[in-house]
Write a protein that binds this ligand. Structure first.
Ligand code: CAA
Length: 259
């Protein structure tokens, strides 16, 4: 077993659970924690027993953003050379569905991390914001891109340009940033419940679905529809498709082998 110092990694049946655990810095996403996060995600992504992943923080904070203290002494040159936000590209490459279970602050890189996940569930006290402009910088891990796609231009501009406007859980729900709002102590259990439903499906179909939906952000409709059609056809090459269709026809529950 791998020893982590900033995250807690657990398995709940077919669900991988990663808890950000750097309370002294409100789960600020510094080098160590992001390396550990990527390591744990890759471990789950390549583990056949895991069908979905939940990322969460504490009751008070999901993550308060990049580690601002690590910004001291940084230069443009070393930011470019070290590409400190490269972890965000690695999260994007995870094939298994990921759910963010967000309580408390999801600010800056924390909001961006939640948006890198495929589904967001929020606790009643969740707060989403992009305060980077207060530091003389801009969001760097998707805040100016994914937030617009999730909630539209005017709200995204307001949040990123003022650095002070934040979305509470109900506003995030109304804006379409999150799928559901739960009491604080129910967010993680509900996330695991949904993750278990996803994990009960064929992992190949889940990966293809995720890939197809994410493609809708990348390409024009016609190209996206063609991509979807090809993945649909690809699914017909799987054992899971044979099993799923046979189970339906014979009125039984499908048992997917992920082949
Ligand atoms: N980086 C490093 N340390 C942080 C941090 C961060 N993002 N956020 C909080 N901390 C530390 C504080 O420095 C403090 O440490 P000390 O006790 O050693 O002073 C500790 O966590 C507790 O924080 P506060 O005392 O500030 O707690 P609070 O409850 O009064 O306030 C808060 C909470 C409103 C979230 C406030 O901490 C805050 O504004 N944090 C910064 C939020 C932010 O600006 N995030 C964007 C970062 S830039 C970014 O994310 C770039 C990107 O796109 C990737």
């Amino acid at each position: 077993p791998t020893q982590y110092s900033c995250i807690i990694v657990e398995q709940d049946g077919p669900v991988g659970v990663i808890r950000l655990n750097r309370p002294e810095a409100l789960n600020a996403l510094g080098q160590q924690i992001t390396q550990e996060l990527i390591h744990a995600l890759n471990g789950f992504d390549t583990n056949n027993d895991i069908g979905a992943i939940v990322i969460t923080g504490s009751d008070k904070v999901f993550a308060a953003g990049a580690d601002i203290k690590q910004f001291q002494g940084r230069t443009m040159a070393n930011m470019i050379k070290e590409d400190t936000l490269d972890w965000s590209s690695k999260i994007r490459a995870v094939r298994k569905p990921m759910i963010a279970a967000v309580n408390g602050y999801a600010l800056g890189g924390g909001c961006e991390l939640a948006m890198m996940c495929d589904i967001i569930y929020a606790g009643e006290k969740a707060l989403f914001g992009q305060p980077e402009i207060n530091l003389g910088i801009i969001p760097g891990a998707g805040g100016t891109q994914r937030l617009v796609k999730a909630i539209g231009k005017s709200k995204a501009m307001e949040i990123c340009l003022t650095g002070s406007v934040k979305l509470n859980a109900q506003e995030a729900l109304a804006a379409g940033l999150v799928s559901a709002v739960y009491p604080v102590d129910k967010v993680l259990p509900q996330s695991i419940k949904t993750a278990k439903i996803i994990a009960s499906k064929g992992q190949i179909a889940a990966a293809l679905t995720k890939s197809a939906i994410n493609q809708s952000f990348e390409v024009p409709l016609e190209a996206g529809l063609l991509y979807e059609r090809r993945l649909f056809q690809t699914a017909f090459g799987t054992e899971d498709r044979k099993e799923g269709v046979d189970a339906f026809v014979n009125k039984r529950v499908a048992k997917f082998s992920h082949l």
